[in-house]
Design a protein around this ligand. Structure first.
Ligand code: CP3
Length: 326
């Protein structure tokens, strides 16, 4: 491919009127649970934009349902976990999941989408990284400070490592299953790992991310390792694995690329808020990302995090044109 490939995290979501129309009729979990609907939503941005990848419509927290943690999404408030993990006994009581049995509906959606996509648009499968999953499982919902998560990590390190090992094992096998179902790339989301110090990342998280990534690598499709706020420990983050490392806008793309392992590609890193800026500001910011990549192969253009609901679809179309125009 000559032009830099481009896709967007959360490219299917509330900023699209056709998504909102479906959400008026179905809850988020209903969309996820119904392979036809999940496949349809996955394809919505593909019909509208010349993006170079589709990301499967699902959620990183879906495994919490078969784990028995109780998952719901309250309007405007984000995820709620009814039975959060607060002690070692709760970790030991977690069932071992088989992706095909417990999340078969996600794999079925992947098979449907893979059949519908044009050959030049690969499907990206995804799952939550051990740390980010643990943070939701322990907090019981979103958090800004991750106080409960860090307390658990420091106070009961054995239970912590057991929990992250369980998540690593499941996530790795779940990613590989998505590849068997037709995903041609996989992304591991460690969205909140930037709340940790470099030393704590290394001690409490890195070995588990490495395990998840190495299980996913067995599927023989490219794996993207994404996190936000990873600048302070990027060498370690990249060292955990991934063919491509996803970064956010808090670090210049060229500086980040120089700190990856030999041969690793880079994904990112436009600030999602740039899509809310006037066109000339947006154009300049897209240009800056492309300039920092310098036309080197191995750059996948994306945002540094997901599209926000306030975004105009026209702004997304504009970025795709700018990136493809070089
Ligand atoms: O287009 C896509 O990116 C595919 C679908 C996708 C969703 N969630 C659907 C969704 C993906 C890749 C995710 C990943 C996900 N889910 C992450 C990692 C990525 C990130 O954003 O850091 C996380 C942390 C979650 C957990 C989650 N799900 C939260 C915190 C929320 C609420 C926040 C919000 O925006 O309201 C969700 C809900 C959710 N998952 C929505 C979508 C499209 C919101 C829209 C809705 O309610 O219809």
């Amino acid at each position: 491919m000559d032009a830099t490939p481009v896709w967007f995290m959360r490219q299917a979501g509330r900023y699209l009127p056709e998504y909102r129309a479906l959400r008026d009729k179905h809850s988020l979990l209903e969309l996820c649970h119904t392979p036809d609907l999940a496949a349809h939503v996955t394809l919505q941005p593909i019909r509208r934009f010349a993006v170079d990848a589709a990301i499967l419509f699902a959620d990183i927290l879906l495994p919490f349902e078969p784990l028995g943690l109780g998952l719901s999404f309250a309007a405007g408030e984000g995820p709620r976990i009814a039975r959060p993990i607060r002690d070692a006994a709760a970790v030991r009581a977690l069932p071992i999941l088989e992706p095909e049995e417990s999340l078969g509906y996600v794999l079925e959606a992947a098979r449907l989408v893979a059949r519908e996509l044009p050959p030049h648009v690969p499907l990206v499968g995804f799952a939550g990284a051990p740390f980010t999953l643990a943070s939701y499982a322990i907090e019981g919902g979103a958090s800004k400070t991750f106080t409960r998560t860090k307390t658990f990590m420091y106070q009961t390190p054995e239970a912590w490592h057991l929990l992250l090992d369980r998540f690593a094992d499941f996530t790795g096998r779940y990613l590989a299953a998505q590849a068997r179902a037709g995903a041609r790339a996989l992304q591991l989301f460690d969205s909140w790992v930037g709340c940790l110090s470099p030393a704590d990342y290394r001690r409490y998280v890195l070995p588990h991310s490495r395990k998840a990534l190495s299980l996913a690598a067995a599927a023989d499709v490219p794996v993207i390792h994404f996190g936000t706020g990873t600048g302070p420990f990027l060498e370690d983050f990249a060292g955990a694995g991934g063919d491509v490392v996803g970064i956010d806008w808090r670090i210049p793309l060229d500086a980040a690329w120089g700190r990856l392992r030999n041969g690793q590609g880079i994904q990112g890193n436009l600030d999602p808020a740039a899509l809310l800026a006037p066109r000339e500001v947006l154009r300049r910011q897209v240009r800056e990302v492309l300039d920092r990549a310098g036309g080197r192969s191995g750059h996948v253009f994306n945002l540094g995090h997901g599209v926000v609901p306030e975004t105009s679809p026209d702004a997304v179309a504009f970025v795709v044109e700018q990136v493809h125009g070089g």
